[in-house]
Design a binder for this molecule. Structure first.
Ligand code: F6R
Length: 241
């Protein structure tokens, strides 16, 4: 694992964007696995700037997002599809057909999971998977549990994750209780993983994930078994390792 300890969120975001840009430069038809949440927003902003100012080219790339809330339409302001459009896709030259997010409105959850695994397979897997980490160690929406789930599945979100997500929703708005997520097998199948972490509140879980036992009780601990992980964090998040 390569670890970059950056001064603050801005520096972390800049470094992450440089690493993603390097990936795209070396392999313009890269398949990028992407994440939502607050952590990658700065990196996406920087990538959009690199596209506008330096012509960073996404035209041959494809993206596969980690997860989506079940029940939300793509144009729902809280959906992850909407998040990706607003934070990245609308600002770069990537065709809609080359961006993939689970369909939150699919009627049959099992079919949608199967379809999404087919999407990942059809691209030949993921070249670089961007990840954030939840305070309980979740990656994607693979919540702490008793077994690692390999493929895309529909999860019941834990109370702590629902609470953590509440900050993105308005007063009185219901926070979805289920989500589709890529499985641990697909994440671990990515040829390279770029894990971003920011903030003092993540310091404990990042320490546990990287230095503690490998266990489904801390889903991110499985990353210890991956041969090519780049961790970019800010000083507060990496203060305990
Ligand atoms: C989002 C995702 C989640 C987040 C995690 C951290 O697509 O898969 O696992 O990466 O919840 O979220 P933030 O970055 O908001 O702290």
């Amino acid at each position: 694992m390569r670890i970059y300890k950056m001064k603050n969120y801005e520096e972390m975001s800049r470094k992450a964007a440089i690493i993603i840009a390097a990936q795209l430069t070396l392999k313009p038809d890269s398949v990028l696995g992407l994440a939502t949440g607050s952590t990658p927003v700065g990196a996406y902003r920087r990538l959009a700037e690199m596209h506008a100012e330096g012509g960073l080219d996404f035209s041959r790339a494809a993206t596969i997002n980690l997860d989506e809330y079940r029940g939300l339409a793509p144009d729902d302001r809280q959906s992850y599809r909407y998040f990706m459009q607003v934070n990245l896709f609308d600002h770069i030259n990537i065709g809609g057909g080359r961006t993939n997010v689970p369909n939150g409105l699919a009627e049959d959850a099992a079919k949608e999971c199967h379809r999404y695994d087919g999407v990942i397979a059809s691209f030949g897997g993921i070249d670089m998977q961007l990840l954030g980490i939840g305070q309980n160690g979740h990656i994607g929406f693979n919540e702490p549990g008793t077994a690692f789930k390999k493929d895309t599945h529909c999860v019941d979100l834990t109370e702590s994750t629902i609470e953590a997500n509440r900050r993105f929703f308005g007063p009185g708005e219901d926070v979805p209780k289920q989500a589709y997520t890529m499985g641990i097998g697909s994440i671990m199948g990515a040829r390279r993983i770029l894990l971003l972490v920011s903030g003092r509140e993540k310091a404990g879980i990042i320490r546990e994930s990287l230095l503690g036992p490998i266990t489904p009780a801390v889903p991110a601990s499985v990353l210890q078994l991956h041969g090519d992980v780049i961790l970019v964090g800010d000083e507060p998040a990496l203060s305990l390792i």
